[in-house]
Ligand binder design. Structure first.
Ligand code: FES
Length: 87
């Protein structure tokens, strides 16, 4: 299990690394922004400040966005503990 810390509200939830970050947040009762859940709408975009993820479906992010740490929570699975920032 990995711990995901979500800023700025500073809530923490757990994920097994098999479900997406979004699924884990919703299962924990956290109102994580989302709509399509298939990597298309960008509602779930957040910034990774710490940790590592892998994707089930690689989202379309520019190199600049990737360098800034933007991830799609509905496609990302944790491979370590994470710190994420919602704007
Ligand atoms: S919920 Fe639409 S891209 Fe993630």
């Amino acid at each position: 299990m990995y711990q995901v810390r979500l800023l700025p509200h500073d809530v923490t939830f757990a994920t097994d690394g098999e479900q997406t970050v979004l699924e884990a947040a919703l299962n924990a009762g956290i109102a994580f922004p989302n709509r399509c859940q298939v990597g298309a709408c960008a509602m779930c975009m957040c910034r990774k400040q710490q940790g590592e993820i892998r994707y089930q479906l690689e989202p379309m992010l520019t190199e600049k966005e990737q360098a800034e740490g933007w991830i799609f929570a509905c496609q990302a699975m944790a491979t370590s503990d994470l710190v994420l920032q919602l704007d």
